[in-house]
Design a protein around this ligand. Sequence first.
Ligand SMILES: CC(C)(COP(=O)(O)OP(=O)(O)OC[C@H]1O[C@@H](n2cnc3c(N)ncnc32)[C@H](O)[C@@H]1OP(=O)(O)O)[C@@H](O)C(=O)NCCC(=O)NCCS
Length: 193
Amino acid sequence: MSTATNQLSSVTVRLADEGDLDDLLALLRDCVSEMQARGLDQWDDVYPGRATLLADIQARTLYLAARDNAPRLLGALTLNQRQDPEYADVAWAITVEPVAVVHRLMVHPSAQRGGLGRFLMRFAEREAHRLGCRAIRLDTMDANTRALALYRTLGYRQAGGVRFRKGAFTCFERQLSEPEAEAPSNAGPEAPS
Ligand SMILES: CC(C)(COP(=O)(O)OP(=O)(O)OC[C@H]1O[C@@H](n2cnc3c(N)ncnc32)[C@H](O)[C@@H]1OP(=O)(O)O)[C@@H](O)C(=O)NCCC(=O)NCCS
């Protein structure tokens, strides 16, 4: 478990369990509505869906962020080692194994631009390192300017492009050395996980 203070006051990150599924689906629904409202078609009714989130939970790979005693979830991501087959054709520069992959990063629209996306990514990096992984890979749609900016800001290297059902996506990578001590700029010191 990981916690932060200040603007992310009393936000906790923890593994999701099956009892969280409905709340996760509500979070996803709100994120997809907001994305579609600004013309971003990366996620839809097909992906990601209930079955994907449930499988993530059952594999103990889905982490959620919530504020203590608040009913609504603030964010979530999945961290595993599953690389889409398309990744095989990307010219990755960081080839240290094993590699962790971040999927389905989402921050509730009401909480966006508050540092939580950055916080969740740094959490994922520490968790991946703790699990023995030495690099992170991920992708986002070329049209997803916010996610592109996030990964670039966090020091991810653009490794190449792939095509998925929805169109063109950019792949990113980052080597993991020692866990990042840094908390997000607008969050205070972080308690050990
Ligand atoms: C992408 C997403 C996770 C970012 O989460 P967030 O909590 O809003 O991001 P943060 O507040 O931590 O911002 C961190 C950095 O991301 C970038 N960023 C985030 N939102 C941005 C926006 N609206 N415009 C431009 N840059 C943005 C900036 O580089 C920002 O750093 P800065 O604040 O120093 O400028 C969030 O917008 C989201 O959930 N979107 C819908 C789902 C999605 O697209 N997921 C990614 C799938 S690959």
